[in-house]
Design a binder for this molecule. Structure first.
Ligand code: ADP
Length: 169
């Protein structure tokens, strides 16, 4: 007689809590696209456990870059910053998850890549502030503001990830 029994799949009755869930705007800057780092950067947020809710390749118009960085308007590097951000396509992303705003900032690392820890995106992949490959919102309010600025409503997806209860209790 065959002693083979079919393996059982365990279906847990678990639900992930929504507590602390935030949204952040992450953007791969033109240097990150030109250097072929798109997959590498996206995979870091995926592996951490965050959920992608918006994604597009986009040539940013000057007005949008100026609006996005309006708090830096008075800085001497502002014109150079606008030239940089509009110099080629960027990858616009909305990510969702528990504590995603601060966590993404940690994954990205310090503004100046020379001060960014190894293991962070800027620490591993960049050398200069003016070419620091990626942007991440600095507060939950700015996360919402920036997602609304860069995406139209129909471009975002609300979906349930199967890994939910295995990431968050
Ligand atoms: P972060 O992107 O880490 O939030 P900031 O909000 O201070 O940093 O600055 C926004 C972006 O402006 C930086 O990521 C960088 O691309 C650019 N920037 C900041 N400071 C300088 C500088 N001194 N020289 C050139 N570019 C700068």
């Amino acid at each position: 007689p065959k002693r083979h029994t079919r393996a059982r799949i365990f279906l847990p009755h678990l639900v992930a809590s929504m507590e602390g869930v935030e949204q952040t705007y992450i953007m791969i800057k033109p240097d990150g696209v030109q250097r072929g780092l798109v997959g590498e950067i996206i995979s870091r947020f995926e592996r951490k456990g965050f959920k992608l809710t918006g994604l597009k390749l986009f040539q940013c118009p000057k007005e949008l870059a100026e609006e996005h960085y309006k708090d830096l308007q008075s800085k001497p590097f502002f014109p150079k910053l606008i030239d940089y951000i509009t110099s080629g396509p960027v990858v616009c992303m909305a990510w969702e998850g528990v504590g995603v705003v601060a966590s993404a900032r940690k994954l990205i690392g310090a503004t100046n890549p020379l001060n960014a820890e190894p293991g962070t995106i800027r620490g591993d992949l960049a050398v200069q502030t003016g070419r620091n490959v990626v942007h991440g919102s600095d507060s939950p309010d700015n996360g919402k503001r920036e997602i609304a600025l860069w995406f139209k409503e129909g471009e975002l997806c609300s979906w349930e990830a199967v890994q939910g209860p295995w990431l968050v209790e």
